[in-house]
Design a protein around this ligand. Structure first.
Ligand code: P6P
Length: 339
């Protein structure tokens, strides 16, 4: 069977848009390259102590870094050498990183990313991921500025994630559907394995950390009860699945049909997850997969970020599931509605 590689797919899709000049295609390929290097290190993380990798000088004589620092360095290096990106906003760096070498300074795009989300799960061998958002820069001269990143998600040019799990996949959208590519490590190629990903018709999974139950808004507590009630006509009770690694939970929920909620709480009204490089890429993908994403009241992609590392609550998944949760938030928790 003829398979299609990520590179072939990107080039084929570029040909469908005459105005495309190839920069975005190259940027997406650069992300794929970095993902392969991160995949290699993630897959041998468990050998840290045994092979003298973790925090010591490894067999190549290099001082081994923590995996999320390693991942951050890999994506920065790949984007810097690719030259299409002029600045990066990373979960690992307080300030934006300007790529001002001769080629990158003229890059049309900026990338916001969480290079290795869920890295605390590595020691328990739980799937982890990379999340990325790609915006067209707004400033027209000199180095990129923070304002190039403070754009609502509806301006996204592309977004996606890499999941380092039982297999490693790159899943992304440019606004024309969601496509998933599985890495064949024997040849180092991402192969199109999940074309045109969509939430299934029957959706009955809910993902939320119920340990926060007593600090959740009343609307969320009501939604959890709704998920647990017996009602065959609406496939309830749902199944609860929560990995605690956003990319893994989101990926499973697109494949099998489910909602992911990380709401605000009485202790932290904006929740835990970052708007620019966690909520927005996931929201873009979810909408492109036929779903919906909000903060309980507003479409995630319409939120205007005020800060690079701003947090936001997120309710993301199939439209009906998200709307049911939103209705309960409006009924019982209007005090959580953002100003
Ligand atoms: P909690 C991982 O630390 C992460 O940033 C996301 O990947 C995940 O969805 C969330 O936090 C889990 O947070 O509070 O449930 O442990």
């Amino acid at each position: 069977m003829k398979f299609k590689t990520l590179t072939e797919f990107i080039i084929e899709k570029q040909a469908e848009y005459p105005q495309a000049s190839g920069e975005l295609s190259r940027l997406l390929s650069d992300i794929g390259i970095a993902a392969k290097f991160v995949n290699r290190e993630v897959n041998r993380a468990g050998l840290g102590d045994v092979m003298g990798y973790a925090g010591e000088v490894n067999v190549q004589g290099e001082e081994q870094k923590k995996l999320d620092v390693y991942a951050n360095d890999q994506f920065i290096a790949a984007l810097k050498s690719g030259g299409q990106c002029c600045a990066i906003g990373s979960e690992e760096n307080e300030e934006i990183i300007i790529l001002d070498n001769d080629v990158s300074r003229h890059g049309k795009y900026v990338v916001a990313m969480d290079p290795l989300d869920g890295s605390s799960n590595i020691e328990s061998n739980v799937s982890i991921g990379t999340l990325f958002s790609i915006y067209r820069r707004r400033t027209v001269r000199g180095n990129a500025q923070l304002e190039d990143f403070l754009q609502p998600g509806r301006n996204l040019v592309a977004a996606g994630y890499v999941i380092y799990g039982s297999s490693t996949m790159l899943v992304y959208t440019t606004g024309y559907g969601v496509n998933g590519f599985t890495l064949d490590p024997s040849v180092g190629l991402f192969i199109l394995s999940h074309p045109d990903m969509k939430y299934p018709e029957k959706c009955n999974i809910y993902s939320i950390n119920e340990a926060n139950y007593f600090s959740f808004p009343e609307g969320v507590r009501k939604y959890i009860h709704y998920c647990q009630e017996e009602d065959a006509a609406t496939n309830r009770p749902y199944s609860t699945r929560y990995i605690g690694s956003m990319v893994a939970d989101i990926h499973r929920n697109i494949i099998r049909g489910g909602i992911f909620l990380y709401p605000g709480t009485t202790k932290s009204k904006k929740g835990k997850l970052r708007l620019l490089y966690e909520c927005c890429p996931v929201a873009f993908l979810a909408e492109q997969a036929g779903g919906k994403a909000s903060d309980g009241f507003r479409r995630i992609l319409d939120i205007q970020p005020a800060m690079l590392h701003e947090r936001s609550p997120i309710f993301v998944g199939p439209v009906k599931m998200v709307e049911q949760a939103e209705n309960l938030m409006r009924l019982y928790s209007s005090e959580f509605k953002p100003d």
